[in-house]
Design a protein around this ligand. Structure first.
Ligand SMILES: *Cc1c(COP(=O)(O)O)cnc(C)c1O
Length: 378
């Protein structure tokens, strides 16, 4: 009997170890620093701080979601408050608003960066001030690694005195005017989940220029123990710190971050150089002064049907691709919250596709992806 072998799977974005990770993990075992905290956590935080520069202080945490939760809490978000949030993002950007008993107010994207629209943000703020109360925070996201409109968002935030939580989960290695993403918000957050540009298998970080805010984050993340010989608590605490074993993986990954960014950017270049002339496909160029890590290579197709045709054809060849994020205002869990939309994110969702983007893709993998796409477009 003749069998047709399934081609090997090409993943959207899979972990890519650099080589030194195990050395640091072994160090943790050899010194019995297997418990949370220890030298790997300290060194990992230092490595991120020097990567980000711009006066950033870093607290390594168990996830990016935990970092958003603590970040919003530190910005004073509580029950009954409203938080402005980019709708075009992953649900983890907004879930912590609900953890805190607050309500999201969703804001649509603009087309230059696919991130939160300054015009709609302003409209939302004015509306909420007039019809409810001033929102407590703005969550802006560097989606797929592309910096949001840093200066416009900052000037609106300053004008209305609303702090920014900068969701940089997808943007480690990206920058704006040479300054690293993650360091622009009143509080920034990073993620080291398995699919991100570097990973600790699971993890995240909170970033702030305010040293005392970092100390407060760590206090809350370690069960909020008062200064006493016994266990004494005057605040609700969380168990959100990163483990010293996983921080060892992070130390090794930080050593190859630059290479990972270059590899992801060259995936994007490969797709763009080979597909830009097709009228059914378009790309999001880097606006002036923006440097994207191109975490995922995204294309916009001419229609929903074309997008689905491409996605299914790739799947037939065992190649993973994925529609762009489904906007949160369209998600059942966030049904009924205030929203300020102009249709941009819904269109992106309907027509957009993320192509395989891992830093570990081979030339052969990229050629396989390209051949399928060209075949559909022909
Ligand atoms: C991955 C991600 C998060 C959550 O990070 P975790 O470490 O997975 O909890 C938050 N926001 C965005 C935009 C993300 O992509």
């Amino acid at each position: 009997m003749k069998t047709i072998a399934t081609p090997t799977k090409v993943w959207l974005s899979s972990p890519h170890m650099g080589g030194e990770e195990l050395k640091y993990v072994h160090e943790a075992f050899d010194t019995n620093w297997v418990a949370p905290l220890g030298p790997n956590v300290d060194a990992f935080e230092k490595a991120i701080e020097s990567e980000l520069g711009n006066g950033a202080h870093v607290a390594a945490l168990s996830s990016g979601t935990a970092a958003i939760h603590l970040g919003l809490k530190l910005l004073g978000v509580g029950p009954g408050d409203e938080v402005l949030c980019q709708s075009f993002t992953f649900s983890a950007s907004a879930n912590p608003i609900l953890y805190l008993g607050a309500s999201p107010v969703f804001v649509d994207s603009e087309t230059d960066t696919w991130n939160i629209s300054p015009a709609l943000l302003r409209e939302a703020i004015l509306d909420r001030i007039q019809n409810a109360k001033k929102p407590k925070a703005i969550i802006a996201v560097h989606l797929y690694g592309m910096p949001y409109k840093i200066e416009e968002i900052r000037s609106i935030a300053d004008e209305f005195e609303i702090p920014v939580l900068e969701d940089s989960a997808e943007a480690l290695g990206s920058s704006y005017k040479g300054t690293a993403c993650g360091s622009f918000g009143d509080i920034g957050i990073l993620s080291f989940n398995g699919n991100k540009i570097i990973t600790t298998s699971g993890g995240g970080a909170l970033v702030t220029k305010d040293r005392s805010l970092r100390d407060k984050a760590i206090f809350l993340a370690t069960q909020a123990r008062d200064d006493a010989p016994h266990y004494q608590h005057s605040h609700v605490g969380y168990n959100y710190r990163m483990s010293n074993v996983l921080a060892g993986i992070g130390r090794g990954q930080m050593e190859v971050l630059g290479e990972r960014v270059s590899a992801r950017r060259s995936n994007y270049e490969y797709y763009r150089n080979n597909l830009y002339s097709y009228k059914d496909i378009s790309f999001l160029p880097e606006p002036k002064e923006c440097f994207s890590n191109r975490w995922l290579s995204c294309i916009l197709t001419s229609s929903y049907e074309m997008r689905e045709q491409l996605r299914m054809a790739l799947l037939d060849e065992n190649i993973e691709s994925r529609p762009l994020w489904k906007p949160l205002h369209m998600q059942p869990i966030f049904d009924g919250y205030e929203q300020f939309m102009d249709g941009t994110s819904e269109t992106l969702f309907n027509k957009g596709l993320c192509l395989p983007s891992g830093s570990n893709l081979t030339q052969h993998d990229l050629e396989r992806v390209l051949a399928v796409i060209k075949n559909v477009l022909a």
